[in-house]
Unconditional design. Structure first.
Length: 328
């Protein structure tokens, strides 16, 4: 699980542990993500399944894509599909993906890169492995997070951000026991490169075996920790967590995680995605690829999609699709 890494974390800026006045967040629940398939059939874990939305807001859903080792000819993606009313954040850890949308955004995303698409008023997009990966096969692993937009921003013009792994803010703890990749938001005065409409923080943390991570956390944000790989504990009471589980934290000014001293050979450290956001606290109507505030707005989104008002597939993309079908 390389993503972005450094040989010696002690060369990085350090996040100060919160003071005694910062109340430790208690763990409200630990849930296990069920498995499923998305798009043309790539395996996912539904990270937020079973969690009450009041603990997720402003996040809607998150899928862990893979980790899977594809044989030649097996890599799969998604077909062209619409979105309206929210943002998709695709963070790749291993492998390569190609994104394209009807608004002109897109590009190649490699391990450590993030692509942040604000669907806003609506667009069409596609995510697929490059032809070279389909031919060769290989390792694929990543995340896709959906972030809600407040009613005032749901019909804003679409926007696209390409966040290369080299732009991610790298931090460590006072003892160097954790590598923190700040993708978006702010941690102890250090900001990540992602520009968000809804205030959030997104961090990928690698915690060395036996190390403890205690971070300051905005009290007006919620707090979630999803385990990508490894075993450890969450909260000051070290409630056990493992790969594919999400910890939901209560209120407070700090959160704590701990990596077990003994990890397995495939996951030498505890890999966790930490998420926090300021709740929007508005009605949400979610169906398929649309996230709005009412059923009437959802119906309008479907009507606009069927009428072609959410964009059209670019000509070059249609030609590539036609060629692929002819050779299949």
């Amino acid at each position: 699980m390389p993503a972005v890494t450094v040989e010696n974390p002690l060369t990085l800026p350090r996040v100060a542990e919160p003071g005694p006045e910062a109340a430790a967040r208690k763990v409200l629940a630990v849930t296990t993500a069920p498995g499923g398939f998305e798009g043309e059939g790539f395996p996912v874990r539904r990270a937020f399944a079973g969690i009450d939305y009041r603990h997720l807001d402003p996040f809607i859903m998150m899928d862990q894509m893979g980790e899977v080792e594809y044989a030649p000819g097996e890599p799969k993606g998604t077909p062209w599909h619409p979105h309206r009313g929210f943002e998709t954040v695709t963070y790749l850890i291993d492998g390569t993906f190609v994104h394209q949308d009807s608004n002109g955004g897109g590009g190649v995303i490699n391990g450590g890169d993030t692509q942040w698409m604000t669907a806003g008023s609506g667009l069409l997009h596609i995510e697929a492995p490059p032809e070279s990966l389909v031919v060769s096969g290989g390792l694929f692993h990543g995340l896709q997070l959906w972030v809600n937009l407040p009613a005032s921003d749901k019909m804003m013009p679409p926007r696209y951000q390409d966040i290369g792994g080299g732009r991610v803010t790298l931090l460590t703890t006072p003892d160097g026991g954790a590598l923190l990749r700040v993708i978006a938001g702010e941690l102890d005065g250090h900001s990540g490169p992602g520009i968000t409409h809804t205030p959030i923080t997104m961090i990928h943390a690698t915690i060395a075996p036996g190390a403890q991570l205690t971070l300051p956390w905005r009290e007006d944000f919620n707090a979630l920790a999803y385990v990508l790989a490894g075993r450890g504990g969450v909260g000051t009471d070290r409630r056990p967590v493992r790969t594919g589980q999400t910890a939901v934290f209560g209120g407070g000014g700090s959160l704590t995680l701990h990596a077990e001293a003994s990890q397995d050979s495939r996951t030498p450290a505890l890999e966790v995605v930490l998420l926090g956001g300021r709740p929007i606290r508005e009605p949400m109507a979610h169906y398929g690829p649309f996230v709005m505030n009412s059923r009437q707005e959802l119906q309008q989104a479907f009507d606009d999609f069927q009428a072609g008002r959410l964009g059209t597939i670019p000509t070059t993309a249609r030609e590539r699709t036609k060629t692929a079908e002819q050779h299949s």
